[in-house]
Design a protein around this ligand. Structure first.
Ligand code: GDP
Ligand code: MG
Length: 229
């Protein structure tokens, strides 16, 4: 895998994702993209947020795309898509990743038969979302993992643990998370809460490890698929 990027180098490219003069992420329109050297190839991947209601799917999607997170649960209506640009160096090459994240509300999934197949079609990664404060959801995770994707999709499956900041309500231990990773071969990413708005902290630096991991995993999967062909 690629040698790590220096912090300064990655920061310079990540600046292109921000509204100039602020630390806020710019929302790119459908036909827009960050201003990177034209030699940087663009690669698009489809990711699907999969998990029970209130597990933090929409919260995670908004964190990854740099939007404000909801303070209370509102059921997602139908399918919502967000796209996230992420520049990263793989080997010596700068690549612009475009992650298309699909999120669907549970009642729409149950009510309309086309929702789940649409979300799953051509998926590159399934993000298995679960909350560390929900024991029942945790116990159902192996079942969720096995229904996450069809074997023919060869999708990367990655666990996303939410509510890692709610220590006192935590119902899943670190040891259990590690044992799940080892048994199922599914890495688990722990979502960190965003810095408070008045803190002027770097939101992008806060979420960078998660986006770096996802992009590296997607790139690695592509290489594996190419070597099979
Ligand atoms: N503090 C905190 N709240 C979270 C986290 N993840 C989700 N939530 C809250 O949990 C509730 C449900 O999240 P949501 O993303 O709407 O669930 P969904 O039904 O899976 O889309 C919302 O009130 C979120 O603000 C987290 O990691 N930390
Ligand atoms: Mg939702």
């Amino acid at each position: 895998m690629a040698p790590e990027w220096t912090v300064g180098e990655s920061k310079a490219y990540q600046q292109k994702l921000l509204i100039p003069g602020t630390k806020k992420r710019k929302l790119f329109g459908l036909l827009e993209k960050p201003n990177l050297p034209p030699s940087a190839p663009n690669v698009t991947f489809k990711l699907f947020m999969y998990g029970k209601a209130s597990s933090g799917k929409t919260w995670t999607m908004r964190r990854l795309s740099g939007q404000e997170v909801p303070s209370h649960h509102t059921e997602t209506i139908g399918i919502q898509c967000s796209h996230v640009f992420w520049p990263m160096k793989i080997g010596n090459r700068l690549i612009l990743f475009r992650l298309e994240i699909w999120d669907a509300g549970e009642s729409s999934v149950k009510r309309y038969n086309h929702v789940l197949p649409a979300c799953r079609e051509g998926v590159d990664a399934v993000l298995l979302c679960f909350s560390l404060t929900d024991r029942e959801g945790w116990l159902e995770l192996p079942q969720l993992a096995s229904s996450a994707s069809q074997p023919t999709d060869r999708a990367a499956v990655i666990g996303i643990a939410t509510r890692c900041d709610q220590f006192t309500n935590r119902e899943v231990t670190d040891m259990e998370l590690e044992s799940f990773e080892a048994t199922h071969g599914i890495p688990i990413l722990r979502m960190v809460p965003p810095p408070p708005p008045d803190d002027h902290a770097d939101e992008i630096a806060n979420i960078a490890p998660i986006l770096n991991f996802l992009c590296k995993r997607l790139w690695q999967r592509d290489q594996e698929l190419l070597s099979i062909k």
